[in-house]
Design a protein around this ligand. Structure first.
Ligand SMILES: Cc1cc2nc3c(=O)[nH]c(=O)nc-3n(C[C@H](O)[C@H](O)[C@H](O)COP(=O)(O)OP(=O)(O)OC[C@H]3O[C@@H](n4cnc5c(N)ncnc54)[C@H](O)[C@@H]3O)c2cc1C
Length: 470
């Protein structure tokens, strides 16, 4: 649990310290668990709150300060987790915003349906996924979540609960997709589903020897629907950037049916808790560069150079990190920073420079995931754009980490790229307009639906994304 109860407990309002998933930041706020939609509207009313800002929170899996609101109010939406309807004919699902990706997939499965886009963990809520406009390993084919959201019920400070969609208040709809909760509280959403061919993937695995080979392989023609590369950025010399590249498609049902050992309870697998959990107080000092380097070397050499059509169940393929509960505790009390950026297609030279900076600065990158993005689609604050995205996990205790990441920020912004806000905890506000050139459109919508600047978070304060209209 990333929540520590600190002071009084009065019904559905609790004074608490809340943390980001990276465990580098926390702040104290009044946390409410609304039971009625009127209570959400009430919480957004400036008059009722005496001007104290408010933000929604889902499962708290954003790495930084997006779901924190120090000194203000946080609306915990996890109790709003009902699946409201599934229409198998039209392939539509409507659910409350606190339902998790696991719950949504488990509910859709008996109808032979599933979500077209999921992030790397199934423990995030629908509201959190919408607020971050999440992407998956298939972004190059299917885009981010924004492409698959049909409509939203959104509670805003100015208008209370409104239904928005690409047809009704398009600007507000798209500003909410990726809007980090700053346009209001998502109460419900309707998503388009797709047929669940089977709960297995056929995975092609390739092992590369260094960065050049990895980039060449990833840049080649991509015929698979899902692709991702795990990079070894602790290997030395020419081995730096060697990778395990996995590219996959859903395994057709006929091939699963013919193999009895592949018949598994897909719903149960989605809802299963991990067998292993990292204990509280895990000493972060145990996670050392030498240990991770050795682990990486074993992982790399244990992978075949090239394997085709390896069958893999859905959950470990889509959600590999969910196998170990509370894995963020591995980094100890100082926590971890995940730095994820995208550089546009055509800017591969800058991408290589970013790798050189990481190497020159000897950054201890314990996990690195590299993906290809398809075209941008969605809101002014949506992260994905056509190009290359790299997400790296670093222990926060590393000296001079901020200077190194600031150097990367400059390179990324300079080539038209951006940093993913839902992972961020340290970006400077001055650089934001270069990374998100449609910031002005977002501001316009936000001022309309929140003229008194009630929607606030620690991230929004840090980046200048909140405040009353002038
Ligand atoms: C292991 C791991 C893997 C991940 N992999 C991916 C990935 O592959 N792709 C990807 O895109 N992301 C990924 N993420 C990031 C994650 O999907 C996002 O941070 C997501 O927003 C977290 O959802 P949450 O429910 O935990 O929201 P929180 O962390 O609680 O909140 C995140 C943001 O959503 C807002 N929010 C939450 N609920 C609502 C609501 N009801 N209404 C309005 N705003 C709301 C909050 O205000 C905040 O701004 C990963 C995170 C982890 C920990």
């Amino acid at each position: 649990m990333s929540v520590t109860e600190l002071r009084s407990h009065a019904g559905d309002r609790t004074e608490r310290a809340l943390w980001g998933w990276g465990r580098t930041v926390h702040s104290h706020s009044t946390v409410t668990r609304p039971r009625e939609v009127e209570q959400i509207a009430q919480a957004l009313s400036a008059r009722a709150r005496g001007g104290v800002g408010v933000i929604a929170r889902g499962a708290g899996r954003s790495y930084g300060d997006a779901a924190l609101n120090g000194g203000g109010e946080v609306i915990d939406m996890t109790g709003w987790d009902r699946i409201l309807s599934i229409d198998p004919e039209r392939r539509l699902l409507t659910a409350q915003a606190g339902a998790t990706i696991a719950q949504l997939m488990a509910a859709a499965a008996p109808h032979g349906l599933t979500l077209p886009v999921v992030p790397g963990t199934r423990h995030v809520t629908l509201g959190g996924a919408i607020a971050s406009d999440i992407h998956g390993k298939n972004h190059h084919c299917d885009g981010g979540l924004a492409r698959h959201v049909v409509s939203l019920m959104l509670c805003t400070p100015a208008d209370g609960c409104v239904e928005v969609s690409p047809e009704v208040d398009r600007e507000l709809f798209y500003a909410t997709l990726g809007g980090m909760g700053l346009t209001g509280v998502v109460v419900e959403a309707t998503l388009a589903l797709e047929p669940l061919d089977s709960s297995w993937f056929a995975v092609d695995v390739d092992r590369t020897d260094g960065l050049e080979q990895t980039l060449a392989l990833m840049a080649g023609e991509e015929s698979h629907r899902y692709s991702v590369a795990w990079l070894d950025l602790l290997a030395e010399g020419s081995k730096l950037g060697r990778a395990v590249v996995t590219r996959a498609d859903r395994l057709p049902q006929e091939r699963v049916r013919s193999r009895p050992r592949m018949r598994r309870d897909h719903r149960a697998a989605l809802l299963r808790k991990p067998i292993l959990e990292v204990p509280r107080g895990f000493p972060g000092a145990l996670l050392q560069r030498s240990g991770v380097r050795a682990f990486n070397a074993v992982r790399w050499s244990a992978t075949p150079r090239s394997e085709r059509q390896r069958p893999m169940p859905l959950a470990p393929f889509l959600f590999p990190l969910d196998g170990l509960g509370e894995w963020n505790r591995l980094y100890g009390a100082a926590g971890l920073i995940q730095y994820q950026f995208v550089v546009p297609a055509g800017q591969e030279a800058t991408l290589v420079t970013c790798f050189e900076v990481m190497q020159r600065r000897a950054l201890p990158i314990y996990l690195a995931v590299f993906k290809r993005f398809g075209d941008a689609f969605g809101g002014p604050l949506s992260f994905p754009l056509a190009g290359w995205t790299l997400a790296v996990d670093l222990p926060a205790r590393v000296p001079a980490l901020d200077a190194a990441l600031s150097e990367l920020d400059e390179l990324v912004a300079g080539c038209g790229g951006r940093v993913y806000l839902t992972k961020d905890v340290r970006l400077r506000r001055e650089i934001l307009p270069a990374m998100y050139p449609q910031l002005g459109c977002f501001e316009e919508v936000r001022r309309r639906v929140d003229p008194e600047g009630m929607m606030r978070s620690d991230l929004a304060r840090r980046l200048g994304l909140c405040g009353a209209a002038a």
